[in-house]
Each structure stands twice: as structure tokens, then as C-alpha cells.
Design a protein around this ligand. Structure first.
Ligand SMILES: [Zn+2]
Length: 407
């Protein structure tokens, strides 16, 4: 028997209790309204254990219990459990070129407040100041903040506290972020701070706020000045979701092509991002729509909308100019489908502004290829996710992290 040096094996009673509480809380927030009896039935925990842990959650202000008055009948109305929105709060910090959004969400992921803060002239950000102002104006105690989710427009190191330089965003340097994290920790203690690549959050948000497909490999591509994507793998039986960024913008598609901000030459992003699309339409259709080298630029969005409108109106030179982009995008997508085997592909970001007709052109072009995935076919769709829904997704991400099981 090997039992002598196994002190770390198995759960301690404390951990088991904590995990059972987490299990119950997650069931309440995902299946609300739910009763104590239903929780015992779902979890297999004894009614006494459920009641004890539920009472503790009520005492801690995270949930409340109420009679369901809508149920007709003479007898006692059954009691159901609900998440108490004001029980805990989460910040989402969404970083842009020279500004950031600071948003606060409650425990029901309802937005409490949001503000857009410009960076100072040196490109520095004071995120903590914006956070404290929001808390102050809503009279929310800082001890009720459960975590911060940072949306970073660039690759992020795996330990979730360090960021790499962004390829699209040179204004947010890693040391500026580190300085902000240090300030936050000084006020909020060791509250979890998670940093995720924005494309990953777009993909996660599409999965949870979109049609929530089960048992799929779903890819969401954020196609703007930068091009990033993430793949979501879901397994319904195990109720689990995995998501990871896939750097498809930096696949080299044009040998000797333009230099990319990542340092390589001929990356798809450098050859065919929305700035390049606007440029080639300008050139081929004799237009002079403005562009700007920056992330989430309003100038680029306006130009993309203008092109989308010309396409809708049936402009021949614009359609021809876009055909070339469609061919490039489709060839690239065929490669991605063969490599990553997604069942679904959703597009979000600036590319969506070209409209449905452009999407139809891509799907028509895709039909010319042999698609090497399970269904031998692919229909690319527009994502429902915009920046606002992305931020809500980031709030769910930190909530899920805070209420995950200890092991
Ligand atoms: Zn690149």
C-alpha cells in the first residue's frame, strides 16, 4: 500500500465544501429559477447539505429565495432561488488605440455603468481611477468587486497576467499594463485579473450569446485592421467549453508580400486586412475613400460602409475590385478549414460592414472548392457580436473563472 506520503492527495473537507457551494451557485445562475429540492435532485447532494450551503449563499448576499407568485393554486407557493445582482460586481476593461472602455457588470451580468476614457498624451492609462469613479458614483463597496477582465487587442501570455506587445496597437505597451495591474492590486488585493486576446472574447461571446450550438467546433474570425480568431470546442455531455486563439491572420499567404507588424512578410493580415481592401477598391474603382492605420478606426469603418453601399447598388467597378478580395479570402479560408476543421465559421469586425452581398460572394466562391471538413461544406455567417456584446462576454469569462472548481 502506498499511503504514507500522500498528504496532498484527495480533497480536504474544506475544498469539498467549497466545490459543492460552487456547484450549487453555478446551477442557480445557469438554471434560475431553481428550488432547493431540484438542486438536491440534480446534484445528488443530500437535502440537508443543499439547504446548509444555500443558506450560506443567501447569508453571503449572492442569492435570494422567493415564492413564485405566478403559480396558481391554493396551497403554499413553492420557493425558488435567484442570483442577487448586487451581490458581486465585475469590471471589464476594453483597450483601444488611444482610449479604453471601463464597464461594470453585476452578478447577473447586467451592465451597471460604462465610460470611455481617453489616454493622456503620453499614451498612459489610469484604469484604476476610472474604476474607482464608477464604484463611487453608484456607491458600491470595493470589496464587492470579484474580478477584472481585460480585453487586449493582441497576443497574451498564457499565465493571464502578462501581455505581449500588440501588433495592431502600439500605444498600449506591456509596461503600461503592468503599472495598471500593480495599482489595481494595491486597492483590490489579490482579486483575479484576467487578460484575454480580443478575438478569443469575440469567439466566446458568439458562442454564449449566439445560437449556443452544442458539440461543435466553432470558429469566430475578427476581421478588421488586424485579423484574429479563436476556436471554441464544446461538449454538451460534459458541459464543458474550450476556447483558444488561432493566429490565422499571420498565416503567410503571399510570398514576398507586404511586411506585417508581426515582423514577417506576406501575412494574410498585411496583405488583405480592411485597410488593404479599401485601398484596392480605391485603386480599381477610382475612388478615394480614406483609411487610417489604427485599430477600430471610425474612418476605416465609414469607408467600409461606403463600399458596402456601392456593392448593394450594383456598382460594377466596386464588385470587380471586391471579387479579387473574395478570391484571396476564400483561398485562405479553405486552408483554415482543412487545418482547423471548424463546423461553423462566423465573421465579425469591420468586414461585416461590407454587408450580406459580400458574404454571399465569399460563400459562392467557397462552393467552387472541395471543402475538407466533416460535412464537405461550409457556409460562413456574420456574427451577432459587436464590441458591446464582446464586453458582456468578457464579464461572463471572469465570472466563470471566479466560480470555477478548485483542484
Ligand atoms: Zn504577421
Amino acid at each position: 500500500m502506498r499511503s504514507s506520503n500522500n498528504t496532498n492527495q484527495g480533497f480536504s473537507q474544506q475544498q469539498t465544501k467549497k466545490n459543492n457551494t460552487t456547484l450549487l451557485f453555478n446551477l442557480i445562475r445557469k438554471r434560475t429559477p431553481v428550488s432547493r429540492i431540484q438542486l438536491a435532485r440534480i446534484t445528488g447532494l443530500s437535502a440537508t447539505t443543499v439547504s446548509f450551503l444555500v443558506s450560506e449563499l443567501i447569508e453571503n448576499g449572492l442569492i435570494y429565495e422567493e415564492h413564485d407568485e405566478s403559480i396558481e393554486g391554493m396551497g403554499r407557493k413553492p420557493k425558488f432561488l435567484y442570483v442577487r445582482g448586487e451581490g458581486e460586481y465585475f469590471f471589464v476593461i476594453d483597450l483601444f488605440r488611444r482610449s479604453f472602455f471601463c464597464s461594470l457588470y453585476d452578478l447577473n451580468i447586467e451592465k451597471v455603468d460604462s465610460c470611455k476614457v481617453p489616454a493622456d498624451t503620453s499614451g498612459d492609462f489610469d484604469i484604476l481611477d476610472a474604476m474607482l469613479q464608477i464604484l463611487d458614483s453608484h456607491k458600491i463597496d470595493k470589496n464587492l468587486v470579484g474580478g477584472v477582465s481585460v480585453v487586449y487587442p493582441g497576443p497574451v501570455l498564457k499565465d493571464h497576467s502578462n501581455v505581449l506587445a500588440s501588433t495592431t496597437e502600439l500605444f498600449i505597451s506591456p509596461d503600461v499594463m503592468e503599472r495598471n495591474f500593480t495599482r489595481m492590486r494595491a486597492v483590490f488585493g489579490d482579486m483575479p485579473i484576467r487578460v484575454d486576446n480580443d478575438s478569443s472574447i469575440f469567439a466566446f461571446a458568439e458562442h454564449i450569446f449566439g445560437d449556443r450550438k452544442k458539440n461543435v467546433r466553432q470558429m469566430t474570425i475578427e476581421y478588421s485592421e488586424g485579423i484574429g480568431s479563436a476556436l471554441i470546442l464544446t461538449n454538451n455531455d460534459a458541459e464543458c467549453e474550450f476556447y483558444f486563439p488561432v493566429e490565422i491572420g499571420h498565416i503567410i499567404t503571399e510570398v514576398g508580400g507586404p511586411v506585417c507588424k508581426c515582423g514577417n512578410q506576406g501575412c494574410f493580415e498585411a496583405a488583405c486586412n480592411i485597410i488593404k481592401i479599401i485601398g484596392s477598391v480605391n485603386e480599381k474603382a477610382g475612388l478615394s475613400l480614406p483609411t487610417e492605420d489604427g485599430f477600430d478606426s471610425e474612418i476605416n469603418k465609414d469607408s467600409m460602409r461606403a463600399i458596402g453601399q456601392l456593392l448593394d447598388e450594383g456598382s460594377k467597378p466596386v464588385t470587380e475590385a471586391l471579387n479579387e478580395a473574395v478570391e484571396k479570402i476564400t483561398r485562405w479560408l479553405v486552408g483554415i478549414i482543412s487545418a482547423d476543421q471548424p463546423d461553423y465559421i462566423y465573421l465579425c469586425g469591420g468586414i461585416v460592414l461590407l454587408g450580406e452581398k459580400f458574404l454571399d460572394m465569399i460563400n459562392a466562391e467557397l462552393k467552387k472548392y472541395t471543402i475538407m471538413n466533416q460535412d464537405n461544406s461550409m457556409t460562413v455567417k456574420h456574427s451577432i457580436v459587436d464590441h458591446e456584446i464582446k464586453r458582456k462576454g468578457a464579464a461572463v469569462m471572469i465570472l466563470n473563472e471566479v466560480y470555477s472548481f478548485e483542484n
